[in-house]
Design a protein around this ligand. Structure first.
Ligand SMILES: C[S@@+](CC[C@H](N)C(=O)[O-])C[C@H]1O[C@@H](n2cnc3c(N)ncnc32)[C@H](O)[C@@H]1O
Length: 198
């Protein structure tokens, strides 16, 4: 799963939001959090499965805060406790087979984006598994738990923008960040007209 992290987009985002905290939802084996710890001053990772959370505590660098719980709730708490802080987020929490966890819904993305839409400082969120928002994942996933791309686009702040590349989406709270980031990383802007044509 780690090899899918779009490191170029994350590092370009860091150049735009210089003092941002990096947040990952869905720690799994902490490979993403450990990678991010080498590039950000402060990293927060959130995992719902107690066994997975326990298993990586000994391996995490000192600049990683590892939180146990449902990112639908815990991300909101993190954002509310640092209202003036900018964030770069890797939104990757979802059930993905035996040995992984799930909250009330298999994919907490809409709740995560709702919390972000209320955050007053700039943020950039990179969302994994874009294919599952274009076409729901097959069983044994719960397809009904996955939002559509249309649902996601509706939550994008009016001041912001959404784009996509490969198998991920990028949502920016501010259009000026998206303009530069998307140009530098070949992310294609998505607008409502595009969605109606899919
Ligand atoms: C695809 S894996 C994450 C991979 C990891 N981000 C990486 O890049 O290596 C998804 C993880 O999300 C966790 N998860 C599922 N629902 C969650 C939720 N509501 N809150 C937090 N973690 C969740 C699963 O237990 C699983 O470990």
């Amino acid at each position: 799963m780690f090899n899918r992290i779009p490191t170029d987009v994350i590092l370009n985002s860091r150049n735009l939001l210089a003092s941002a905290i990096f947040v990952e939802t869905g720690t799994y084996h902490a490979e993403g959090a450990i990678w991010a710890s080498g590039h950000f001053g402060q990293v927060v990772t959130i995992e719902i499965d107690r066994g997975l959370w326990n298993s990586c505590q000994d391996r995490l660098p000192a600049n990683v805060t590892s939180l146990w719980g449902d990112s639908a709730r815990v991300l909101q708490e993190v954002l509310e406790s640092n209202p003036r802080t900018s964030y770069i987020l890797w939104l990757d929490a979802h059930w993905c087979g035996n040995g992984t966890g799930s909250g009330a819904t298999e994919c907490p993305l809409l709740a995560e984006l709702k919390s972000l839409s209320k955050h007053s400082a700039p943020w950039i969120a990179i969302i994994d598994d874009a294919r599952y928002f274009l076409s729901s994942p097959p069983r044994p996933h719960k397809p009904e738990d996955w939002p559509s791309l249309d649902d996601i686009v509706r939550i994008v702040p009016h001041s912001g923008a959404i784009g996509g590349r490969d198998d991920f989406l990028v949502v920016c709270s501010h259009q000026e960040h998206a303009s530069r980031l998307f140009r530098e990383t070949a992310v294609k802007t998505i607008n409502k007209t595009d969605i109606n044509e899919i």
